[in-house]
Design a protein around this ligand. Structure first.
Ligand code: ATP
Length: 446
């Protein structure tokens, strides 16, 4: 696929190294050699992830009067996955190399005659289906009746509860149900850091509309809303595209589909899909359960099955997108004419794990430390803050690398007149700000 911007702006090695060094993301179970497809979010990563989820939740649920919240169980009745088609059709085709024993997704092999890892010719097993659902067993007995699955998507929890939700929330289509939660897929080839995981989080919106001829408008409105969301967090437009799926690329029941793709360092990759799924999901559950999940229109005294617009985004892929997009290696010349280089994450202030860092210029001056700690304590009530002390250049470098928009430094002048230096991450410009003006100064910039 063509690239409209250089995918090599930053390498995955650089992102992975920064993520580990600064405490964003660690390999899961690292001391035991790790486990493929699983990652842990460190002290800054956990906050970043919460911020990403909050940004989605705010726009998708809280700012709308027609979307309600939901949180379903990860393990559901196995028939849920029979009805949804996951038991019979949620699989990838895989092959093994008989020489090096490595396993591949058949559709991802550039050359089906030669192993890409060991170079052996005609060494592959016959292609076979591999179901991606993770199995577990529920209850004290382990037999076929105890088989259950960890959900491979959060959406089905909403579909099977459709009637409970609309009746208890007193909603009528058009209305939506949103959920953020863990999903599990036994991916054959996890990789590209946190792009393809075996345990990940999804943020899904299921928007139910009447079949009144305006369903495609609702689809377009959600696509536009998602576009505006990415733009509001400053994701570079040349690295984001909304790819419209042609009829042959969509499932037979889908009336429209858009994949939201980002230009990752290895090329374009999906990070969200928006689809018009018709009545497919509710129909499937009505058929297998025998229960009526149709909406009852009181006024017209009729039952009907609403159409569904779905927006399904990966939280981990969103976080990775935000990190890669914010990343920059920047060269500049300091006042002494010396060339310097810094790494900076230009996070949007609402996404940045730390919004304001407060420093004491010296570590061994109790009156400075005390003052800086007091300022940080006061700012903590309204912002995500962090206190640090030491060499100011090193402190700036560290905060640039974790994407902190503003740094406040307490120095000897502060002890006299209360003023502090505020330094901006992006411009590196420094302002002297009076103590009683600090709060409003920060609010204006964050
Ligand atoms: P892919 O083609 O990359 O496997 P998909 O089309 O199967 O993805 P969907 O079933 O549409 O993905 O899931 C919706 C979203 O969930 C994706 O856009 C992605 O952001 C996220 N997602 C799906 N699978 C994974 C995974 N293995 N790791 C991380 N995120 C995932």
């Amino acid at each position: 696929m063509e690239a409209t911007a250089s995918p090599q702006r930053v390498s995955m090695d650089e992102i992975t190294a920064l993520a580990k060094r600064r405490g964003f993301i660690f390999q899961s179970s690292e001391i035991y050699g790790g486990i493929n497809g699983f990652w842990d979010y460190g002290p800054l990563g956990a906050v970043l992830k919460a911020n990403v989820k909050r940004a989605w939740w705010r726009d998708t649920v809280e700012l709308r009067d027609d979307v309600v919240a939901f949180d379903s169980a990860i393990v559901m009745h196995p028939l849920v996955w029979k009805a949804s088609g996951h038991v019979d059709a949620f699989h990838d085709v895989m092959v093994d190399c008989k020489v090096c024993k490595h396993r591949f997704r058949y559709d991802q092999l550039a050359d089906t005659a030669q192993c890409p890892d060991c170079g052996s010719k005609a060494s592959f097993t016959d292609p076979r289906n591999f179901n991606l659902m993770m199995r577990t067993s529920v209850g004290p007995m382990e037999d076929t009746s105890s088989v259950a699955y960890l959900r491979p998507e959060t959406a089905q929890g909403i579909f099977v509860n459709f009637k409970n939700i609309y009746q208890s929330a007193r909603k009528r289509p058009p209305f939506g149900v949103a959920q953020i939660g863990k999903s599990f897929r036994n991916e054959i080839t996890p990789g590209n850091f946190t792009y393809r995981l075996r345990e990940f989080e999804q943020a899904e919106l299921e928007y139910f509309v009447p079949d009144d001829g305006k369903d495609l408008d609702a689809f377009t409105e959600w696509v536009e809303r998602r576009k505006a969301w990415y733009a509001s967090y400053g994701i570079a437009s040349e690295r984001l595209r909304f790819y419209e799926l042609g009829e042959a690329e969509r499932p037979h029941y889908a009336k429209a589909g858009v994949d939201v793709e980002y230009l990752f360092p290895w090329g374009w990759g999906e990070r969200e899909s928006i689809a018009h799924r018709g009545t497919y999901d509710l129909d499937a559950h009505m058929k297998l359960s025998g229960k009526d999940l149709r909406f009852f229109d009181e006024a017209a005294k009729t039952h009907y099955t609403p159409l569904l617009i779905e927006s399904s985004a990966g939280v981990d892929r969103t976080l990775l997108t935000f990190m890669i997009d914010a990343y920059e290696r920047e060269r500049s010349v300091d006042p002494n004419g010396k060339e310097t280089e810094r790494t900076v994450l230009r996070f949007h202030p609402q996404i940045a794990p730390v919004q304001v860092a407060v420093f004491s210029l010296a570590r061994n001056k109790p009156e400075l430390v005390e003052r800086a700690v007091a300022i940080e304590g006061a700012l903590r009530r309204s912002h995500r803050t962090q206190y640090d002390e030491g060499n100011i250049g090193q402190l700036y470098r560290r905060q640039d690398e974790i994407g902190t928009p503003l740094c406040v430094t307490v120095d000897y002048e502060t002890l006299g007149d209360g003023s502090v230096t505020v330094r901006a991450r992006d411009s590196m410009q420094q302002d002297r700000v009076a103590g009683d003006a600090l709060q409003s100064y920060l609010e204006k910039r964050l």
